[in-house]
Ligand binder design. Structure first.
Ligand code: UD1
Ligand code: PEP
Length: 437
């Protein structure tokens, strides 16, 4: 179990370049299974979850070549489908959430797809019904082995386009169904589709490969099935969750930070939400400039003077993956805010650790926490903690960087799942952080 030692209380300064988006990369990498032709992908983040998926693809027989930093080519012309029934796959496939998205492309191209119960953050129930209901609608037969927690879909006769209304706008579910449907016979309509930039990017890439998808960016996707897909080149967008993390980090450590090349038009409500906390988020070309908040920052109220609430919603709502970061930043704001995590039921328990550090937080129930900011009148105190999930992990890291004294964070593998080389990148802007094995 790796550990970070963090000496907090220092202002940081400089520029930081966001990595490629984790959640987009996981979708895009699965899409390489849809064609026997070469697919070149650029801006792939070097993070644990993505590297695990690349290993799975390699074990499946995908020929992978590194072309430069973050740039790889993939060729899925001679796959070893027997790997899908091996004990090794049962272990490796369950190592991350994103692996679930190999099922749709395999079903589309080979008429079968299997997956063990996927891993990912332990942040509450994470069901897969939407994925499989969509594939069943397309004509696949579904089976589930309860003992082994192993899922399978088969469609030896091929898939047929249809209309479907998803029971929820699942991000990975929509990606999986889209990839299953691109080569189905006839037209598929997916209503209540998720439409995060991750999915918009996936659909654009698939269209470059010869798919016929319209409605991109909306919650109604129409897909006209094609016989086969060809190769393409694709570049992954900057990670909007990392960008939000750096905005929070800058404000809470009173640091002046420029976040480079953020693809501003794909950030949705992220800048506006941090502004509600009183943080100055300045657009400079395609960069974000955060000035040093030496006087602190003050949470807005609603127009009628009532208490601010920040909650998550499917895109274009505010992403649930940034709520833990908003929460930690609010602990030093002037004012109060209610954080309402609607999607996941176990994602707020990490606030106990912030309370230990001196933050004023009331956990109202598993979904809601009220934060009363200190307005920097009292700093957080250093402590020893363990990172329960990726976003709680980065939030604790931000708290430790703002705290007085030296904190220790264990289980930093959780942070490495989604943040590339984070200690070195933070040291480059002045953070005092040491990694020990
Ligand atoms: C690898 C990957 O891409 N992971 C992301 C993906 O996970 P993932 O695709 O697994 O998440 P889903 O979109 O399926 O659902 C997330 C949670 O929200 C609930 N839900 C979802 C949609 C909805 O309309 N109502 C609702 O309540 C689900 O029941 C579930 O508990 O999307 C999540 C939601 O943005 C993000 O937190 C994850 O980082
Ligand atoms: C919940 C997350 O990831 P995953 O779905 O991969 O567990 C996340 O990125 O915040």
């Amino acid at each position: 179990m790796g550990t970070f030692q963090i000496e907090g209380g220092h202002q940081l300064k400089g520029s930081i370049q966001p990595q490629g988006a984790k959640n987009e990369a996981l979708q895009i990498l699965c899409a390489v299974l849809l064609t026997p032709e070469k697919v070149v992908i650029d801006n792939i983040p070097d993070i644990v979850d993505v590297n695990k998926l690349i290993t799975i693809l390699s074990n499946l027989g995908v020929k992978i070549q590194k072309l430069g930093k973050g740039k790889y080519s993939f060729k899925s012309d001679a796959l070893h489908l027997e790997y899908l029934e091996s004990e090794q796959f049962k272990k490796e496939g369950g190592g991350l959430r994103g692996s679930i998205m190999i099922v749709g492309p395999l079903l589309a191209r080979f008429g079968k797809g299997y997956i063990p119960r996927p891993g990912g953050d332990k942040i509450g129930r994470r069901r897969l019904d939407t994925h499989f209901e969509g594939m069943i609608k397309l004509g696949a037969k579904f089976r589930y082995n309860k003992e082994e927690r192993f899922y399978g879909v088969e469609a030896p006769e091929g898939l047929r386009g249809t209309f479907m209304l998803l029971d929820e706008a699942s991000v990975t579910g929509t990606a999986n169904i889209v990839m299953a449907a691109v080569m189905a016979e006839g037209e598929t309509t997916i209503y209540n589709a998720a439409c995060e930039p991750y999915l918009q990017q996936l659909c654009k890439m698939l269209n470059k490969m010869g798919a016929k998808i319209s409605g991109i960016g909306s919650n109604m996707l129409k897909i006209e099935g094609v016989k086969a897909l060809n190769g393409c080149e694709h570049s992954i967008l900057p990670d909007m969750i990392e960008i939000g993390s750096w905005i929070g980090l800058a404000a809470m450590t009173k640091s002046e930070i420029t976040i480079k090349n953020v693809s501003w038009n794909d950030l949705g409500l992220i800048p506006a939400t941090f502004r509600k906390l009183g943080i100055t988020v300045e657009k400079r070309g395609d960069d974000i400039f955060i000035p040093a908040h030496t006087e602190g920052y003050e949470i807005e109220t609603f127009i009628d003077g009532s208490f601010m609430t920040i909650s998550d919603a499917p895109w274009p709502g505010f992403t649930p993956d940034l709520l833990s970061i908003v929460l930690v930043v609010a602990t030093q704001a002037k004012g109060e805010v209610l954080i309402h995590q609607k999607m996941f039921e176990s994602r707020l328990f990490f606030v106990d650790k912030l309370i230990d550090m001196g933050a004023k937080i009331i956990l109202c129930d598993p979904h809601r926490a009220t934060v009363i900011g200190h307005d920097f009148k009292s700093t957080l105190k250093a402590t020893t903690m363990s990172s329960p999930d990726i976003r709680a992990g980065i939030s604790l890291l931000i708290a430790a960087l703002s705290a007085k004294g030296t904190s220790t964070i264990h289980n930093i593998e959780q942070i490495d799942r989604g943040y590339e080389n984070i200690d070195e990148r933070l040291r480059a802007i002045g953070a005092k952080i040491i990694r020990t094995a």
